[in-house]
Design a protein around this ligand. Structure first.
Ligand SMILES: *Cc1c(COP(=O)(O)O)cnc(C)c1O
Length: 492
């Protein structure tokens, strides 16, 4: 069962099952749903997992959570991994240095790690909607990768409509085209004047606005969300960390029970939270290392215990999926460590005072499982060009992982999460290779990199540039609600 991070308001049910938590992700007082308890592996789970495929391990992990979804439905959802580059290995683990392994999570249809969760999640959610004969509006706010992955996952699915909000000018050309050319009849995409935090804030407000729910009810529609505020994504983001460890075992890189670091380029903290849950389940993780760009609010939190939005402005970087200051899933970690009363207090302080401070004991509790670093765009470019010369290609988000070498780490294996393919951010890689500051369009840069490094551009990316633009509206935050209602009415 699932309970709420900020406690119960006496109106919502005290606990809900998995289906309810993913269909109606807004919990009391603006909180989030979390599992009542995190299951643990039994002793030989990992040993046995060595002989299983990704999909089989995924199913075993899902069974441990005892969610109310039939096995046949789960299996069908997991079959979507067959569409990834290599059906037997949707998220390959690649050794790139003595102690360094990269978990490539971007081999799905939209070339970022969001597909790992959104593919099966979308399938399960639309199955539930159809099964209950209910209609759902899925809202997604995106910093660039959740949007495409959500649209791809729900395109033309019965009983589902999707509205996707992206910050205009805050994404790469490829990311924008992946959204604005999305053809499904049930999809609507809006650019927003503002940044990702503005888009996500607008989404959270709509999710918690009774009046909006009522208006949707009038047209027979329920409201849900595809951001990582939805636990349905987090559960799938726990699995690939477990499987990365299993792959390292299979490769003989580690022996059983050997501890490893996980390094995770982070923004909304969903990916890192998945690793934290994996650790709680019993995966031998020494620490989870949080990599950020100069929007280093998480570095500050994990090194000082202070989450401070005062005097901060969101800065644009070459790793836009991490240009986030309001990192939603930290709340689930706070809940896990300090309980709902304290979480509510901290989140209310963040809303009212724009900051909160953990006490000394709380900070040490955080640091038992985490450490954090950040780096700037120049560091990322240096790493990208250095590794391209060595024959390994990185995107700017994944490049932030390399900063952890400056931490005082034990000599353990370190698994870096590669969160996107270079093709989504080709201009940055191209200028890194050319050691120049000239910026090229995505199209020119894709061809430039492809020629320079003799690597192909995957068809999913190449075809984007000749597709028709279907969604060209850019709107103000205050227009979001009325535009959504207009879309839903026009559709009928
Ligand atoms: C979404 C995203 C991130 C941040 O992941 P969170 O789970 O939000 O912390 C990092 N890199 C890329 C490429 C992404 O798309």
């Amino acid at each position: 069962m699932f309970i709420e991070t900020r406690g119960n308001d006496g109106i919502k049910p005290k606990e809900v099952n998995f289906s309810e938590a993913i269909l109606y992700p807004n919990a009391s007082f603006g909180g989030l749903y979390v599992p009542k308890s995190i299951p643990k592996f039994n002793e030989d789970f990992l040993k046995k997992a060595k002989n299983l495929t990704y999909k089989e391990v995924a199913l075993e992990v899902l069974k441990l959570f005892k969610i109310d979804i039939k096995e046949s439905v789960l299996k069908e959802a997991l079959n979507l991994y067959d569409e990834f580059d290599n059906p037997n290995s949707p998220a390959p683990l690649v050794k790139i240095g003595e102690n360094c392994l990269v978990n490539e999570l971007y081999h799905g249809p939209t070339r970022a790690f969001k597909d790992m969760a959104l593919q099966p999640f979308g399938n399960i959610l639309s199955h539930l909607a159809k099964h209950r004969s209910e209609n759902y509006l899925i809202l997604a706010a995106t910093s660039g990768d959740t949007g495409p992955a959500t649209l791809e996952s729900f395109s033309d699915k019965p009983n589902i409509k999707v509205v996707c909000l992206y910050p205009d000018g805050g994404t790469s050309d490829v990311q924008r085209l992946q959204m604005t050319t999305a053809g499904g009849k049930n999809l609507k995409v809006f650019g927003i004047h503002g940044n990702f935090d503005d888009a996500q804030q607008a989404l959270k407000e709509l999710l918690n606005k009774d009046e909006f729910h009522k208006k949707l009810k009038e047209v027979d529609i329920n409201l849900s969300a595809a951001n990582s505020v939805n636990f349905g994504r987090i559960i799938f983001q726990t699995i690939y960390h477990i499987y990365a460890y299993v792959q390292a075992l299979k490769m003989g890189e580690i022996s059983s029970e050997e501890k490893v670091y996980f390094t995770i380029p982070s923004g909304n903290f969903g990916n890192a939270l998945g690793a934290y849950y994996a650790k709680k389940m019993g995966l031998p993780i020494e620490k989870i290392l949080i990599a950020s760009n100069i929007n280093n609010i998480l570095t500050q939190l994990f090194t000082t215990g202070i989450y401070d939005l005062r005097d901060r402005e969101l800065l644009k970087t070459t790793s836009p999926a991490m240009d986030i200051l309001i990192s939603s899933n930290v709340e689930r970690l706070l809940y896990d460590l300090f309980g709902s009363k304290r979480t509510k207090e901290l989140m209310e302080s963040l809303k009212k005072e724009r900051f909160y401070t953990l006490n000394k004991e709380e900070l040490s509790a955080l640091q038992e499982s985490f450490d954090a670093v950040y780096s700037d765009d120049d560091f990322g470019k240096e790493i990208m060009s250095e590794y391209a010369l060595k024959g390994y290609i990185l995107d700017p988000h994944t490049a932030t992982c390399f900063k952890v070498k400056e931490l005082n780490l034990k000599p353990l294996k370190n698994i870096f999460c590669a969160t996107a393919e270079w093709t989504k951010f080709a201009p940055t890689l191209f200028s890194a290779l050319q050691k120049s500051k000239t910026s090229h369009s995505d199209k020119v840069a894709l061809e430039g990199v492809s020629n320079a490094l003799k690597i192909p551009i995957p068809s999913q990316i190449k075809n984007l540039f000749s597709k028709e633009i279907i969604h060209d509206s850019v709107i103000d935050k205050k227009e979001i609600e009325s535009e959504i209602l207009k879309f839903l009415k026009d559709e009928r």
